[in-house]
Design a protein around this ligand. Structure first.
Ligand code: ADP
Length: 154
């Protein structure tokens, strides 16, 4: 059976932290689908189109990684795509508590799914899209935190 995993997130915008998790996870699965959340309740700084474009272009070199926009429960997306694993990243104890709670809820919603929590690369442990957005709003240079080719000022 093909091993399919899903990496869901807002990617507002994608950072080198996300990129590193995706590249490591991609080596473990036959197919990895990155799900850019439409997230109607949470307003994003960047449009769905831009978030999707930056994620897709970052992994254009990996043919078994694709990107989709989805609105709804991650487990429903997993069922539809026959994905039995959800990938998330862990930076600190705050992430740990949050991710464990979501993982447990997802397991309750669909017992076939398992969440794989990958520890953040030490270089990117303090990096978050939230901080990147703050720097952008204050006109700082975020290029060192973004995957190559992602130009949020364009
Ligand atoms: P969400 O809004 O769903 O939390 P994010 O795009 O902020 O979406 O994050 C998606 C996933 O990527 C989360 O599991 C988060 O912990 C992880 N992540 C974010 N930044 C980093 C980083 N610097 N290193 C490792 N994982 C990260």
């Amino acid at each position: 059976m093909k091993r399919v995993a899903v990496f869901p997130g807002s990617f507002d915008p994608i950072t080198k932290g996300h990129e590193e998790i995706v590249r490591r996870a991609a080596s473990l699965f036959d197919e990895l689908i990155i799900v850019v959340g439409r997230n109607t309740s949470k307003s994003t700084l960047f449009s769905e189109e831009k978030r999707l474009m930056w994620v897709s272009q970052t992994f254009a070199d990996l043919p078994h990684v694709r990107t989709e926009v989805f609105e709804g429960l991650t487990v429903d997306f997993c069922k539809k795509n026959n994905a039995r694993h959800i990938i998330r990243g862990l930076r600190n104890s705050g992430d740990f508590e949050y991710e464990m709670a979501i993982a447990s809820m997802n397991k309750s919603l669909w017992n076939e799914v398992d969440t794989l929590l990958l520890s953040a690369d030490t270089r990117w442990i303090a990096l978050s899209s939230t901080i990147v957005r703050e720097i952008i709003k204050n006109k700082g240079d975020v290029s060192q935190f973004l995957p190559e080719g992602v130009n949020v000022y364009g």
